[in-house]
Design a protein. Structure first.
Length: 277
């Protein structure tokens, strides 16, 4: 699933490519992708003729400002938002196409259809999408002292990987980046959050920012299936810099011990049993 760095990469691309453009027409061929709407007409009528005024992000969600409404895009497991020309052949699993009056298109592609697009009035966002209002702090956008972070961390009294992946604690971190952050901080995935020293809290807080910002700089991570693509259809580059994720059996880049793989909450988790404590 695309996590914060991948979604932020697409957000920045959209700011460059779609800001100020007016939506001429919308075509929907996959109803599951707009499942919050009763029908295609309800979705299409709220977008056609509208101008894209801003593009923001909440956790793993894109919020596209269109007049009095917001187009919310959640990429799910395999969703892609791609810039295209009308003459470009349609990719399989293209479910929504938005064409601009100035030319060009945005296409939503999603083989597994866990993602979705929906339009909501700005003043009804909290009521209709309470899950967005329940998100925790944004580690890229929000300023928080490490003291406040530490106090919240200790209060959770849960294993560190679960805390990092808890969207109500910190928004946007998933399986890949929780592993990478914990390796950077030298902490085990199953370490209780209320056992960290002041120095370890500082290391973890610093690691969150460093890992996520570097991943954004490298335009996100694309795994072996290469399902994550940026707005231009290109794969990310951060997978070449992964220190533990999917590197089981390979030597740790810090201490040379073999990276281990464990099952945690049904997911594969990667860590160094020697230098993560």
């Amino acid at each position: 699933m695309p996590e914060l760095p991948e979604v932020e990469t697409i957000r920045r691309d959209l700011e460059k490519e779609a800001l100020g453009k007016r939506i001429k027409s919308v075509e929907v061929t996959g109803l599951r992708s707009i499942r919050r709407h009763a029908n295609k007409k309800q979705f299409i009528s709220r977008l056609e003729g509208q101008k894209i005024d801003a593009v923001s992000r909440r956790g793993k969600n894109l919020l596209v400002d269109v007049g009095d409404d917001l187009l919310v895009v959640h990429l799910g497991m395999s969703g892609q938002l791609l810039k295209a020309a009308p003459k470009d052949p349609a990719i399989k699993h293209t479910h929504v196409v938005m064409s601009f009056t100035q030319g060009g298109q945005l296409r939503y592609v999603d083989p597994r259809t866990f993602g979705e697009l929906f339009v909501v009035a700005k003043d009804r966002l909290a009521e209709e999408c309470p899950e967005l209002g329940e998100l925790g702090f944004d580690p890229i956008e929000d300023v928080m002292s490490w003291n406040d972070f530490g106090a919240r961390l200790v209060a959770k009294k849960a294993q560190l990987k679960a805390v990092l992946m808890d969207q109500k604690f910190v928004a946007g971190i998933g399986n890949i980046y929780s592993d990478e952050i914990l390796w950077e901080a030298g902490l085990r995935y199953d370490r209780p959050s209320n056992t960290l020293s002041i120095q370890e809290v500082r290391r973890l807080y610093r690691a969150i920012g460093e890992v996520l910002n570097e991943a954004i700089k490298q335009r996100g991570s694309s795994l072996a299936d290469e399902q994550y693509r940026d707005l231009y259809g290109a794969v990310g580059g951060f997978q070449a810099f992964h220190n533990v994720y999917a590197r089981d059996g390979q030597p740790c880049k810090r201490c040379r011990h073999a990276i281990s793989k464990a099952k945690y909450s049904g997911r594969s988790t990667f860590y160094c049993p020697s230098c993560q404590v």
